[in-house]
Ligand binder design. Structure first.
Ligand code: 26V
Length: 812
């Protein structure tokens, strides 16, 4: 279909409003207009989606299936318009309708189906998969409650439920014909030498497809999200006995499986439901993959030729025993053949080295919920360990370390080990992280399977993180880069290197940054009633609140600066606005305390007239993809200050640099590669390296020594712990900096951080030099496109080819 004009689109929107939604245009609310417009937009991507699907089938394309418990998609509407190339036409259509287009777009809920980096990465990858024309499909869970909404009340986080489906319109396609039965519990019997699982609980998985359009139209791939439905509407026995409540209680508990997204610090309580969620996703998805294969090909034995399944962290790793179960118990394939198929089909990404995030499940729990899978895991383990023993190169100690069953902590199943043993490729998400992975948690496995381990540095999609988030930068780049579209060829940005010092280019870039800062300032003013100076340096740290990310170190710098301004008010201080945003998992005590500290410090400093607005501290509540889209373009400086060795990659660092902000960061995660690309003059690196951090730990870390030796540090620590920022409750923060433990070594990095911040001030004072650095950051971010990451996955891990122009001609 040719690209529709504004008039056609206007008609389509009005048609949807009247005939699909049944609403009189005279009475329609903005939200109803949005719903109508989304239906009109969906028609365009639906067409692409059906053609893409047909092209896959007709050409027998090998597919990749991306399994993830989280997809942080962000709003869909504007993304669809941009990727389909009809943004201007929709804008014009609403003009004709006498409606403010931006207000309509703001009506859309931002689906928060993820915690943070891992979920957002999955969303960037879906965008790149469709854009690169890769035959792919995502599988996830359609949580009824996504990530909670955060309010800040009296400086503290308050969680409110996120009922994102409340005003739902039919944007996703319900697939009532795609239902799978997910079974739990019961026992395993040996029927004539064949294992048979007799489960005693059953839940139904229903599919909803969210269509992900690629940039440039033509290709659209599905993200299939599962929702739990009670197997039987209710227990007829109970009902007949007159016990209506018992009859529906079972239904409610079954449907709890997809009720809520788990926070990433999840404590032991509720773990059983999490395991059920993971299996629910995996079982529905693997059944669907097998069904799709059987629909297209005559023999299940060719599955490994036609399908790659990627495991986004260990959360979906039960897919391995689930596929084994289906192949052996249902398809009658012999064990070793099934196992060889699995090892070819699966690959796994590790996203964190933090020991508390490495999943293990009690054997007892697995036995109760999934006895047949436990059996299979034992068989896999025996097969693997027997092969090792037969090789004769490994001692008992080594064998017990690599066993899937951890016998030392009350018999637990190590999901990371299962992922490594059942995958043909395992990757980390940034060079330093992949190296550490091989040298630390998976060191034993790297000896057994050296060829399996690899790196794919993360990336971000320039469609959302420039085109949608930063319209001024988009116009600037369109003007400067010419011919090849940077949205598809982000390496084109390198052309900016040669004009980075050009005064005219700098002036234009400065206007771009100013516009984004004004937009953020307006948001802050309207939402929080705080006025910020847009000439000030915007210093931003937005991410999940976690001790390892060291928001507290940022606060320590703010307090130190406050002290020094009071001491020396007439010095030439660079005004700064410190901006924070981020959610703390609701059960994470220390993270919540850090939020409160930031807000107490903000209140104290913002209200101190002696500071004359040289410092403003702003905590923007309810961080989300949509909020990131407003904040990131406005940043001058971004804080990536995790303790070296703790942040696997980070992806906001890439988004910021792409929007012309300069990094202050440690040699951690992807900061290392950003530094490599932009050079040390345009990126502020401070603090100890991974090796130094380890050496300090080895020798016995002495945080008090740092405090004793450094007057500024001592003053800051005392102020926090003695209640300078919480006079109404002086002891409020005496447990925050934990000078006796300081696991994340804030004290060790404090001096280097403060000194580096002073260099940043000097650099910013020379605006021409700063703009040049900002432009050089943008110019060298081409590598961090998620298109590059996905191309690497396709080439080195999934062995997948894109649809060619012949297989699917461009539609528009
Ligand atoms: C763990 C758990 C444990 C139990 C329940 C729910 C849950 C959810 C998530 C996690 C692990 C999250 C790991 C993660 O988000 N890693 C981040 O991945 C980003 C993408 O690769 C990367 O940029 C960040 O550095 C890394 O922290």
């Amino acid at each position: 279909m040719p690209k529709p004009d504004a008039e056609t689109i206007r008609k389509s929107i009005v048609y949807k409003l009247i005939f699909i939604l049944g609403i009189d245009p005279k009475d329609a609310t903005e939200h109803q207009w949005l719903n109508a417009a989304m239906l009109a937009a969906r028609d365009l991507i639906a067409e692409d989606f059906l053609k893409t699907r047909r092209a896959h089938i007709d050409n027998g394309k090998r597919m990749v299936y991306y399994l993830s418990m989280e997809f942080l998609l962000g709003r869909a509407f504007v993304n669809a318009l941009i990727n389909e190339g009809v943004y201007a036409e929709f804008e014009e259509a609403f003009k004709q309708l006498g409606k403010e287009f931006s207000d309509i777009c703001e009506e859309e809920q931002d689906p928060g189906l993820g915690n943070g980096g891992l979920g957002r990465l999955a969303a960037c990858f879906l965008d790149s998969l469709a854009t690169l024309r890769i035959p792919a499909m995502g599988y996830g869970i359609r949580y009824q409650y996504g990530m909670f909404k955060q309010e800040i009340v009296d400086g503290q986080q308050v969680e409110k439920p996120d009922l994102w489906l409340d005003q739902d319109l039919a944007w996703q396609f319900a697939r009532p014909n795609k239902q799978y039965s997910i079974k739990f519990g019961g026992n395993v019997q040996n029927d004539n030498g064949k294992k048979a699982w007799h489960p005693n609980e059953e839940v139904s998985a229903w599919a909803y497809d969210e269509i992900i359009p690629g940039y440039g139209g033509s290709v659209a791939n599905p993200l299939r999200l599962w929702t739990a439905h009670a197997g039987n509407l209710f227990d007829l026995d109970d009902f007949n006995k007159g016990d209506y409540h018992s009859a529906v209680r079972a239904q409610n508990s079954d449907e709890n499986i997809t009720r809520v997204l788990y926070p990433n610090d999840s404590t032991d309580s509720g773990k059983e439901l999490r395991l059920k969620q993971e299996y629910f996703l995996v079982s529905a998805s693997v059944q669907d993959i097998v069904a799709r294969h059987k629909c297209r090909f005559p023999d299940i034995r060719t599955l490994a030729d036609e399908a790659a399944i990627h495991l986004n962290d260990t959360h979906p790793v039960l897919a391995i025993p689930e596929l084994m179960r289906i192949l052996i118990d249902e398809e009658g394939i012999e064990w070793t053949e099934a196992w060889n198929m699995c090892c070819k089909i699966f690959s796994y990404t590790n996203h964190t080295l933090m020991s508390e995030a490495l999943e293990t499940w009690p054997v007892d729990l697995m036995n109760r919920l999934l006895p047949r899978h436990l059996d299979i895991i034992y068989e896999i383990n025996a097969y693997f360990l027997n092969a090792l023993r037969a090789g004769g190169n490994f001692d008992d100690d080594f064998i017990s370390r690599v066993s899937i069953i951890d016998e030392s902590h009350g018999r637990r199943i190590r999901m990371g080990w299962l992922a490594v043993i059942g995958s043909h490729k395992i990757n980390g998400v940034a060079k330093i992280h992949s190296d550490l992975m091989v040298n630390t948690i998976f060191a034993d496995f790297a000896k057994i399977f050296p060829e399996r381990f690899t790196n794919v540095t993360n990336g971000v999609t320039p469609r959302r993180w420039i085109n949608i988030a930063n319209p001024e930068l988009t116009a600037f780049l369109d003007k400067h880069l010419g011919e090849q579209d940077w949205r598809l060829h982000l390496d084109n940005l390198t052309k900016l290197n040669k004009s980075a010092a050009d005064a005219k280019v700098q002036a234009k870039f400065s206007a771009v940054k100013k516009a984004a800062k004004a937009r953020l300032a307006k948001y802050i003013e309207t939402e929080l009633g705080i006025t910020v100076n847009t000439d000030a340096l915007f210093d931003v740290q937005i991410k999940r609140i976690h001790e390892y990310k060291r928001q507290a170190l940022n606060v320590m710098h703010i307090i130190d600066r406050y002290n020094k301004i009071l001491e020396n008010p007439d010095a030439d201080w660079q005004p700064r606005v410190f901006i924070f945003a981020g959610k703390a998992a609701s059960a994470y005590y220390m993270a919540k305390k850090i939020i409160r500290l930031i807000n107490d410090v903000a209140r104290t400093i913002n209200n101190d007239t002696r500071i004359r607005d040289l410092i403003k501290v702003v905590y923007i509540p309810n961080y989300s993809v949509s909020l990131a889209q407003i904040i990131i373009p406005a940043a001058d400086l971004h804080e990536q200050i995790s303790l070296a060795g703790t942040e696997a990659s980070g992806t906001s660092n890439m988004k910021f640099a792409l929007n012309g902000a300069i990094c202050i960061g440690t040699l951690d995660g992807a900061n290392v590669e950003i530094l490599e690309k932009v050079g040390a003059d345009h990126c502020y690196i401070f603090g100890n390296t991974v090796e130094q951090v380890e050496e300090i730990r080895r020798k016995g870390y002495d945080p008090l020594g740092y405090i004793e030796r450094d007057h500024d540090l001592r003053r800051v620590v005392n102020q926090i712990s003695q209640g300078t920022f919480s006079p109404e409750e002086p002891a409020r923060y005496n447990d925050v900096l934990q000078p006796y433990g300081d696991f994340y070594q804030l004290m060790a990095d404090f001096r280097s951080y403060i000194d580096t911040q002073a260099k940043v001030d000097a650099h910013y004072a020379d605006q021409a030099a700063w703009r040049k650095s900002a432009l050089i950051n943008i110019a060298n971010m081409g590598f961090f496109s998620s298109d590059r990451s996905i191309a690497e996955y396709c080439r080195n891990i999934w062995y997948i080819e894109p649809l060619s122009e012949q297989e699917l001609p461009a539609s528009r």
